[in-house]
Design a protein around this ligand. Structure first.
Ligand code: SF4
Ligand code: SF4
Length: 371
């Protein structure tokens, strides 16, 4: 099987698919072609190009819509007879505007043609060494700035304070007596309301206060740095990390399997194999484990595993938060005993869809706990 580019690509040709193809098998001649073509011999069916296409022009060969079936042959034809393929697509691309024409190479062999293998053996395009591919995701969000008082909290506080003051300014005729203390009618009526307003104020501030506290260093936060002082040499740490990542992948993300034949799991340690690319960013992120649906390489689980040295505020901001996206949850595996700290740092980095797990090696193997 191969993947096929169909008519929605005509006159779009934005080449988003080209940049994600790990074997460089999508081609066209700029200025001549109105559509791009996938080399059916070189395509390895990774599916990375399909979600990258903004106009949904790419399909696995077996799923090409009936009305577009002819493009399967057209894609293949271009690699044997480009002119014949162009004729079937509807002719050559429009002549570029004068300025662009001046910039284009005047030679009959444009730059893009050089990228098209003329008669190279098909296998030559497949990298001998493992090569990182890309799964595109919608970018997450920037970490929010936390303020000690939220707008909603401000409103609740003003109402609370207003009613509180009113109770004492206009207490009303005394109706309750506690020794020498009398409570007026207005005060008795407003007291429950003020209590409710106070509770609403506190409730509206819990999240904000948590975020604010987490993003600011505490003077009395010595416990946070205690474990960071326990250091191992880097080789030991990386060895443990690789072992742990492999074990978690085997135990928890062993896809495909009989129940989920459409899922694939890629492990990015010790070598990167599949990257996440937030759409339009050009960045390539390599979580330790990445599970995607196939075909299409749509992420379904992004997994990051940490050792005790790497559960840090910097790691949360610069690594964990970057992995968060709108398509798949982030699973964060931290050593047992470091969950509270990890949650604190993830909260400070503004993460919302993170699922926490703790891991611990025991004489009987690895023990993973879900939060
Ligand atoms: S399926 Fe993979 S190998 Fe084939 S064209 Fe798309 S990105 Fe390239
Ligand atoms: S991403 Fe889609 S529209 Fe853009 S060049 Fe590739 S097939 Fe054509």
């Amino acid at each position: 099987m191969t993947f096929v580019i169909t008519e929605p690509c005509i006159d779009t040709t934005d080449q988003s698919c080209v940049s994600v193809c790990p074997v460089d098998c999508i081609h066209f001649e700029e200025g001549k072609d109105r559509i791009l073509y996938i080399n059916p011999t070189d395509c390895i069916d990774c599916g990375a190009c399909q979600p990258a296409c903004p106009v949904s022009a790419i399909f696995p060969e077996a799923e090409v819509p009936a009305a577009s079936q002819r493009f399967t042959a057209i894609n293949e034809l271009w690699y044997a007879d480009p002119a014949a393929a162009r004729a079937q697509v509807g002719g050559e691309a429009a002549v570029p505007a004068p300025a662009a024409a001046a910039a284009a190479p005047s030679s009959a062999a444009p730059a893009a043609a050089a990228a098209r293998p003329a008669a190279a053996p098909a296998a030559a395009a497949v990298p001998a060494a493992p090569q990182a591919a890309v799964a595109q995701v919608s970018a997450g969000h920037a970490p929010p700035a936390h303020q000690p008082l939220s707008p909603a909290g401000f409103v609740w506080f003003v109402l609370f304070a207003g009613v509180f003051v009113l109770m004492f300014v206009v207490p009303g005729p005394p109706v309750l007596h506690f020794g020498s203390v009398s409570i007026g009618l207005v005060m008795a009526a407003l007291l429950p309301i003020d209590v409710i307003l106070g509770v609403m104020f506190i409730a509206s501030q819990v999240r904000e206060l948590h975020g604010f506290a987490a993003t600011h260093e505490r003077r009395l936060g010595g416990w946070r740095s205690l474990r960071a002082e326990i250091r191992r040499n880097e080789e030991s740490r990386r060895y443990l990390l690789a072992e742990t990542v492999q074990q978690i992948a085997r135990e928890r993300f062993a896809f495909p399997n009989a129940e989920y034949p459409d899922l694939r799991t890629y492990v990015n340690l010790p070598e990167p194999t599949l990257a996440l690319e937030p759409r339009g960013s050009g960045d390539k992120l390599f979580p330790d484990i990445l599970t995607v649906s196939y075909p299409g390489n749509r992420p379904v689980a992004v997994v990051q595993v940490e050792t005790r040295e790497t559960v840090t505020r910097d790691q949360a901001t610069n690594v964990w938060a970057q992995l968060e996206n709108q398509d798949a949850p982030v699973y964060l595996y931290v050593p047992a005993g470091m969950l509270a700290r990890a949650k604190d740092y993830a909260g400070s980095a503004g993460m919302k869809r993170v699922k926490f797990r703790t891991w611990r090696w025991t004489p009987n193997g690895m023990l993973v706990r879900e939060d």
